[in-house]
Design a protein around this ligand. Sequence first.
Ligand SMILES: [Ca+2]
Ligand SMILES: [Ca+2]
Length: 466
Amino acid sequence: MLDGKRLRRYSWQWELYNYPYGQFTPQVAIHETGHALGLPDYYDYDASVGPKGGLGGFDMMDASVYDHNAFSKFVLDWLTPAVFSSGSQVYTLRASGDYPEALIFFPGAVSGDIFNEYFLVQNRYATRNDSRLVSINGGDVGLAVWHVDARLNSYGTNFLYDNSYTEHKLLRLVQADGLDEIELGLRGFDSADFYRLGAVFGPSTYPATVRYDGTPTEMSLLVESGTGPVYSVSMTAAANPVLRLSSSALNFGQVNICTRSDLAITVYNDGGGPLLINSISRVSGPSDFTCQASPFPLVIPAGSSREVTFRFDAYNTGPLTSTFAINSNDPATPQALLTLTGTGFIPEINLNIQVERRVERGWILRRSYARITIQVSKAAPFDVDSYRLTRQPAGGGSTPQIVQTFSDADFSSGQVVNIDKYLEADQNYLYTIQALDCYGRVIVASSEEKTGLDRLRERILKTINK
Ligand SMILES: [Ca+2]
Ligand SMILES: [Ca+2]
């Protein structure tokens, strides 16, 4: 604390490598200022975890040399890349050391959206901060293509991926030579890693324009003309529809029997032509799961998406899995499969029934009746559809008669009392209470047999668990 000022976050750097001799060396100051502005390191903190090699030394936030790459400049709002997402178009890219120019290409890409997966291209002609790249291809360096995955974590507080520990990198140099030497830990970046006149980066080249999840983007980049300070690239996207699902599985978790839960997936059309979903049908598993979309065909325009809702109407108990096929005109994936899982659940429910036979005596009347106390307890919330109290003369032979039905609302503190009037004298009865689900299925039952007058007021408590 000095003069009421408190030092909070700060960044520090040396002025000289060899103090007090030599000249001011600004690279470290530039690198650390990059951190102060919010940029991460792109070198690999730990070669034993995740992908190796960072950016192979090719960046200010990697080896403290050269210009900041186009992704860093995009993050810092120093440039806004042009965006290619469908059709075909030619773009001109001037030296990024001189001009704030770059190109994003990816299906569904939106201008200004930093926090996504995409390919990013820039011209790294050896000028200004990139002048030291004169050692690469004589200064006619070529185009650097980056594979960016800048999606955020679920809290939105940081990138999901980094260049040290995650399964793939936040920022990766797509190496045109196809040797992946940076990730293999063999060497840093080299002159063959850049896309120069005539080079193609497409669906069937290596490297290919494929997402990290393995699905194709069906996009191609051709370096059509130019040298050094100006290159033109011809971009094409497939005219075919390209189906992509936000997820290949939906898990509904535990759902009470007789209740339902809805979950949606997003179906994307990453291609250049309309996507027609002709049907979505269950190919295996129970019918507890249904698709709510209609009518077919569902039409999803190029570059667009649509939510499709699936429903889990829990009928069966226990873990359930159904597979649905999404049939469409995508030539690459005419049938995409989606797995739905969920657990139909009934908690443990205990039913107790106690029956007392009582006799009411008037001056003349002498009448037997039963006082029936029913208790219910549930291990977890569950709406029992109905409770059915039946009786039948002991000894079997006759069908049970319904004495009364109850709902959960009839119970007070888990208990309800019923009076069954006018019992036949000396007749024994078997009382049964059943809990039923909304499909009329007995979830759990409990019985008590009441014998004749000789066992008046005897209490037998029985619990039968499901
Ligand atoms: Ca690593
Ligand atoms: Ca290489």
